[in-house]
Write a protein that binds this ligand. Structure first.
Ligand code: 5GP
Length: 199
């Protein structure tokens, strides 16, 4: 039930291939108080992915069972697979940690409905569509069909940028990281100040 106090929840969304995963990991390395929310998914693991670290990889039947049991704060069907955020892990983590979510616009909409959250919504984007294609191809973890599917979803995905608090362009990874850092630090400071005022 989200009892986070001064802890914050940062959502990072972007079209596939913008560099969200790298940035998420960088934040966690520099700020150990941040934990990455590990989603459940029905998609198959990529060669470099570890079960329980990158995702909890589950079967469609298992995922549907979790839906029925109302275990998710949010879930969505993306590229033919299901992805979801478990209530239980968020509720226990937020008590003592900040959380980063790497989720799409559908999940962001659903989490936004929960009020009284210290939620920051950041949308990451490449400087143009061609750059996105280059990165998807370079990533070399997707088949040609997957690259095309992800590239084609770009137009639909960017339509939802308005639902976010900040838009950050990932042209240079270090600059982009610094921008995200300053957003997080600003919000953290604001929360500390307002909790002192409330005392
Ligand atoms: P990928 O298959 O490339 O790892 O992820 C595809 C998309 O699913 C990404 O946009 C990612 O942010 C999104 N995603 C990952 N986990 C979740 C989740 O738990 N909920 C939602 N709504 N989207 C997720």
């Amino acid at each position: 039930m989200f009892h986070g106090g001064e802890n914050i929840m940062v959502i990072l969304s972007s079209p596939s291939g913008v560099g969200k995963t790298t940035l998420t990991k960088k934040i966690q390395q520099k700020y150990p108080n941040f934990k990455i929310s590990v989603s459940h998914t029905t998609r198959s693991p990529r060669s470099n992915e570890v079960d329980g670290v990158d995702y909890h990889f589950v079967s469609k039947d298992n995922f549907k069972k979790l839906i029925k049991e109302n275990k998710f704060y949010e879930y969505a069907k993306i590229f033919e697979n299901y992805y979801g955020t478990l209530k239980q892990s968020v509720d226990s983590t937020i008590k003592s940690n900040d959380i980063i979510f790497d989720i799409d616009w559908q999940g962001t909409k659903k989490l936004s409905k929960f009020k009284n959250l210290n939620l920051i919504k950041i949308y990451l984007i490449t400087e143009n569509k061609e750059e996105l294609k280059n990165r998807l191809v370079k990533r070399d973890q997707n088949t040609q069909i997957e690259v095309e599917k992800r590239y084609r979803s770009f137009d639909e995905d960017v339509k939802h940028w308005k639902d976010y608090d900040y838009i950050v362009i990932n042209k240079n990874l270090d600059i982009c990281f610094k921008q995200i850092e300053s957003i997080i630090n600003l919000i953290k400071k604001k929360l500390v100040i307002s909790s002192r005022i409330a005392l």
